[in-house]
Design a protein. Structure first.
Length: 375
């Protein structure tokens, strides 16, 4: 009997490697064997990473009313129910409220998940500003010639990728281990996970949120700057913003950053990214990112039916208008311009309801209730 079990296991392993599913072993090791059912906000140490360094840390200035208001029961219940790690409120550029649960604190680094998509688009903006990339309408095939020979591939532009209008044949499924997200997350080669994909629609014709699109964008940016994306992020944003801690960006075996996700940082530093948008790209009056590009990122597109810009989700339907970085399991950096407010929430909300035109209901709830509390 034992030889049949061993033989079956060997056959399974051979099948996995033959058909490109060997990443499943990495996924099992990093989840089920560690008591988790999926990717989680604390898994940064399980993956190789590139350092995003800071040089002159600058602590948030605390508002005179810092932590003097007790959160109402409605907000607390929502945050506890959703397994929240951190909840921060910045108003008028000052730290107004800061609270942590489940053993997390201001030094805790957690996974950004897809909030990194907006960061990748920020790097695109900087590369454009510095002339490292000629135009946002530049063809992806000008960076990687293989796409000239792919059906519809020669039509793909960087703007299509940033706006989630690539037409890529990519099923954005986070729970199915045989879908491309799992292969990109747990696999050894992001190049193989993304460049092998075909197109199912003409680029620029429809909106479809896809991690693969942002990963392709990351490849183009990296080729144009001729350095790691982590070092470019450090140089152009992490250091100028005075981030309090170094961060880590998960990479594959070739040291390519997972540009669709996986920046591991603390909530105070995530909040500084949000403040940069409220300040139209300036830090202490010095421009860090071109304000026109900032505006392009937060302007909703028609094809998304006004819910997405470039890397950012947008809600102008709500009486309190807002836009935000969004990551799996409820990672949010929310900008509320009319109230000069940034709200950060991190945690592990496994089944966050998304009835608000594909946007998480919790974001709208937190915006409305937080503005009501602190206005």
């Amino acid at each position: 009997m034992l030889k049949y079990i061993i033989g079956g296991a060997a056959a399974g392993v051979a099948f996995a490697y033959l058909f490109g599913y060997d990443y499943l072993f990495s996924g099992i090791t990093k989840t089920y064997l560690k008591g988790k059912s999926s990717a989680n906000i604390d898994d940064g140490k399980l993956f190789p990473s590139n350092i995003i360094s800071t040089e002159s840390p600058k602590l948030w200035e605390e508002d005179p009313a810092y932590n003097k208001s007790t959160l109402p029961k409605t907000i607390v219940e929502n945050l506890i129910h959703s397994n929240t790690a951190s909840f921060l409120v910045i108003k008028n550029g000052k730290l107004l409220h800061e609270q942590y649960w489940n053993g997390y604190n201001q030094l805790s680094k957690t996974n950004s998940f897809s909030m990194a998509k907006a960061v990748t688009v920020m790097l695109l903006g900087k590369a454009l500003e510095e002339g490292k990339i000629k135009s946002i309408d530049e063809k992806f095939s000008s960076f990687f010639e293989d796409f000239k020979n792919k059906e519809l591939g020669n039509q793909l532009t960087l703007k299509n990728l940033a706006q989630m209008e690539s037409g890529l044949d990519w099923d954005e499924d986070y729970k199915n281990p045989f879908r491309p997200n799992a292969k990109a997350y747990y696999g050894r080669s992001l190049l193989k996970a993304t460049f092998s994909k075909r197109f199912k629609a003409e680029p620029g014709t429809r909106f479809e949120y896809q991690s693969g699109s942002t990963q392709l964008l990351g490849f183009a940016i990296k080729k144009s700057i001729n350095q790691t994306l982590a070092s470019y992020l450090s140089e152009k944003f992490w250091t100028p913003l005075g981030m309090e801690q170094n961060a880590e960006w998960s990479v594959d075996n070739s040291r390519m950053e997972k540009t669709y996700c996986c920046i591991h940082s603390n909530s105070r530093d995530f909040a500084k990214l949000g403040q940069l948008f409220l300040d139209d790209g300036k830090v202490d009056g010095i421009e860090v990112l071109n304000s026109d590009f900032i505006e392009l990122m937060r302007t909703p597109t028609k094809k998304s039916e006004d819910i997405y810009g470039m890397g950012l989700w947008i809600n102008h339907d709500n009486p309190v208008k807002h836009y935000y970085f969004l990551g799996l399991q409820g990672q949010y950096i929310i900008m509320v311009p009319d109230h000069n407010m940034v709200i950060v929430r991190t945690g592990s909300y496994e089944n966050s309801p998304k009835n608000d035109r594909g946007r998480p209901d919790q974001v709208r709830f937190l915006v409305n209730e937080t503005v009501k509390l602190f206005n």
